[in-house]
Design a protein around this ligand. Structure first.
Ligand SMILES: *[C@@H]1O[C@H](CO)[C@@H](O)[C@H](O)[C@H]1NC(C)=O
Length: 417
């Protein structure tokens, strides 16, 4: 009798504890639209030889020079804000008390100095760590130091953390990434939290729990690192199209799928391919983190990166990830619902992607109602890259666009009253 009573009491107590655990779901108020900025990895990698490559090595000078360009060349006005350090910023070992420090030769003034510098320019600083024993390039990882590193980043005034996943067990990530998020939260200093959690799980054949991930991360990588080629861009586009029913529902204000950096202005993409990356990333509501050399950027690439209409599609407040709605003979159509919504009808960004290489633009002609343009009052359709005006398109009309080989045409169809 007594025993049973005790059991019951324990049960009540357990239930009490469970329902009273504070919900530490990610609710940091950050990244309500996809974060925009610059990240060192794709373009500058792990170049630590500042004697031989003073302008290209991972050093405080590199981040300061990029920040200065972001401000002076119009990127900040276009919305780019985060200046993010990737791997290879640390000393090879932690301090005797466990604290992380940057390499003293390449970051002589320390990370707090860099964060203060960014803040003085109206920008933000991001940093990189790894969920495992080491970072991908062999610097000290976060294992056993989660709480300390969270505090250190907060003390430095860092605004964003990319937590990579090399040298770790992806099965530990469902618990570990949440734990680190909680440590970040407990610092009281708000930081955008970028996770590599689903990528490493997919890599070993696990199915990521996107509902859980989107509760605990502001953005997350799903697929391979981007490389400097059209081939790499196409693989990412295919992955996002083929897996859109699984991934897209979890994107929204504060939580985004991250197809990796913008590589426009580097060596690998033609002018049309660069427009294609910008437009597809906009339609995917992807973070726009450029990895390029802003000190050596052709004007035509700068114009693509600063295209107001395409950026507005990416930054649309609804935060809906666009989807591929048509794919045939190497022509694809992607569609992202955006504002304004008129009488219940969304406006749309419509992206026509031509992956053919047969040397001349292809005409793509579609019935407006098949594109989802169902508003009886019609839509005003405008090309976002060349400003071309298609006039008013009603559901019974057709929309016909020309699309360059390995390129895109992206239009905005604004629902009319
Ligand atoms: C911590 O989490 C709580 C609960 O979700 C949230 O209200 C708060 O803004 C978060 N604080 C930081 C610093 O992220």
């Amino acid at each position: 009798m007594k025993r049973e009573y005790l059991c019951e009491w324990i049960l009540v107590f357990v239930v009490f504890i469970i329902v009273n655990i504070p919900v530490l779901a990610l609710n940091n108020g950050l990244a309500l639209t996809p974060p925009m900025g610059w990240l060192s990895w794709e373009r500058f990698r792990c170049n630590v030889d500042c004697k031989k490559y003073p302008k290209d090595c991972i050093s405080e000078e590199l981040f300061i020079e990029m920040a200065d360009r972001i401000v002076s060349d119009g990127f900040k006005d276009a919305g780019y804000e985060y200046i993010n350090i990737d791997d290879c910023w640390m000393k090879q070992e932690r301090e005797p008390d466990g604290r992380l420090e940057p390499d003293p030769e390449r970051f002589p003034h320390g990370i707090k100095f860099l964060a203060d510098y960014m803040h003085s320019k109206g920008l933000k600083l991001g940093i990189y760590q790894d969920f495992g024993t080491y970072t991908c390039m062999g610097y000290p990882g976060i294992v056993n130091y989660m709480e300390q590193d969270a505090k250190t980043f907060a003390e430095w005034g860092v605004d964003m953390l990319k937590l990579d996943g090399c040298h770790s067990h992806p099965k530990d990530m469902d618990k570990g990434y949440i734990l680190m998020g909680n440590h970040l939260n407990h610092t009281g200093h708000r930081m955008v939290y970028s996770c590599s959690w689903p990528f490493y799980q997919l890599h070993i054949g696990m199915e990521p729990n996107y509902a859980l991930i989107s509760k605990h991360c502001n953005l997350w990588r799903n697929f391979d690192d981007i490389q400097d080629s059209w081939d790499s861009i196409q693989k990412i586009i295919d992955f996002y199209g083929d897996n859109q029913e699984v991934m897209a529902p979890h994107a929204g204000p504060g939580h985004w799928n991250d197809p990796d950096m913008i590589i426009i202005g580097n060596y690998g993409l033609s002018y049309d391919q660069a427009k294609a990356q910008m437009a597809v990333w906009a339609v995917l509501a992807a973070p726009l983190l450029m990895s390029n050399d802003l000190r050596n950027l052709h004007a035509e690439f700068k114009d693509i990166l600063q295209n107001k209409g395409v950026i507005a599609v990416n930054q649309d407040p609804l935060g809906i990830q666009g989807k591929r709605i048509f794919k045939k003979e190497r022509i694809e159509i992607w569609r992202k619902p955006i504002t304004p919504i008129i009488h219940g009808y969304h406006s749309f960004a419509l992206l026509f992607l031509n992956r053919r290489t047969d040397g001349t633009p292809t005409q793509v002609k579609t019935a407006a109602n098949e594109l989802g343009l169902l508003n009886p009052s019609g839509y005003h359709v405008v090309d976002l890259f060349d400003g071309g005006d298609y006039g008013i398109v009603a559901p019974a009309d057709h929309l016909s666009v020309m699309v360059n080989p390995t390129g895109v045409t992206i239009v905005k169809a604004t629902a009319l009253k």
